[in-house]
Each structure stands twice: as structure tokens, then as C-alpha cells.
Design a binder for this molecule. Sequence first.
Ligand SMILES: Cc1cc2nc3c(=O)[nH]c(=O)nc-3n(C[C@H](O)[C@H](O)[C@H](O)COP(=O)(O)O)c2cc1C
Length: 205
Amino acid sequence: MKVLIVNGSPHKDGNTMVALRAMMEVFEEEGAEYELFNIADKAVEDCRGCGACSKLGRCVIDDAVNEFNEKFENADGIVIGSPVYYAAAAGRVASFLNRVFYSAKFDTTMKVGCCFCAARRGGIETAFDQINKYFTISGMPIASSRYWNGIHGSKPGEAEQDLEGISVARILARNMCFLMKSISLGKETYGAPKSEKKNVTNFIR
Ligand SMILES: Cc1cc2nc3c(=O)[nH]c(=O)nc-3n(C[C@H](O)[C@H](O)[C@H](O)COP(=O)(O)O)c2cc1C
């Protein structure tokens, strides 16, 4: 089991990381291999909408996105951590995910996805819904927990006091491991689900 964990906060050791660290502890307990991918110190350009990735098989902007996708191709699951900015995922996270998912030309079907959002007070659910959309358009089952995955805190590290949030993160990681193991067993027993030819129809014919 290989899990890739993205910390999308500009604070390497902020509140998002409190939740991700709780998840990492459980991955260790469960014997899952994990890698933390910090995008705080990486310039992440927005998608240019050039469509070059459809020919290149990777993004034309050769930065953290391509680096991540090389790892993503071999991962069984990914965790996206983001602070909540104006009731949405941080802009850097949105730019990163737009390009990751648009340029990923490998099969993401049955890779498990989940996210964790940190906020002072509100907007966790909208950011959570926003990030989960990347998974559900990509054939990726979403691991879930006992609440919508969020942790509360304002100053970096304050979320250590949110014991319920930490517990939600731990349960999420454990459920994610179970799901990844079950999918691996399912593939061995029944094979991966068959794909279909892609029909792309627009609203304007
Ligand atoms: C630009 C900006 C917008 C924010 N918007 C929200 C918000 O909509 N709701 C909220 O509860 N907190 C908001 N916050 C606070 C952060 O989400 C909160 O401090 C969070 O714990 C930061 O996580 P981090 O320490 O991992 O960076 C905002 C912070 C910034 C800098």
C-alpha cells in the first residue's frame, strides 16, 4: 500500500499538517508506505488550458505537478490536505489539482482518494466537497470517516486542541487502509472493472 499525502498549506507545520500527521501515525501502525508531498515551497502555476497534455501525456509546465504525477501513477491512494480559504480549497491546491487531474493520462480507477481541510471556523464542507469532485470524475473511491474531514484552528498548530478533528483523521486513515487492501483483494479475485470507450459530448453540438 502506497499513499501520497499532499500538504497544500503555506504552513509546513500548520493546522492542515496536524491532521495529516495524525493520519501518518495510523499509516505507520497499519504498515502502509506513505510519502509527504509539500507544495508550500513550490511555485504552482495555474492551468493554461493549452491542451498540450493530451499529446504530451504530461503537463507542458514542468514543475511539481509532473513530479507528483510520476508518483501518483504508482500510488494506491492519495490524501489532499488544504487550509480553507474563503470556504474553498486554497488557490494553490486548486491550481495544483486542476493540472494534476487534467494532465494525468494514466488510469486512476480504483486508486483511493480523500481530503482533509483545516479552518478557523467555517467552510470545511464546501472545500471538502470541492476536492472530492476530483476523485469522483476519475473513478476513484473516496475513503470516509466519522465526520466531514475537517480540523479547526487559527494560528498554526492550534488544531492540536481539536481532539475530535484528530480522531476523525485517524479513523479516516484506518478506513483508507482497509479500502486499499479490499480493492487490492477485489482486483485479485474479480479483476479490475472493465472500462468503456470514452464518448465526449458537449452541450453545443
Ligand atoms: C486567505 C485566507 C482565507 C481564509 N478563509 C477562511 C474561511 O473561509 N473560513 C475559516 O474558517 N478560516 C479561514 N481562514 C483561516 C485558515 O483556514 C485557518 O487558519 C487554517 O487553520 C489554516 O491552516 P494551516 O495552518 O494549515 O495553513 C483563512 C485564512 C486565510 C489566510
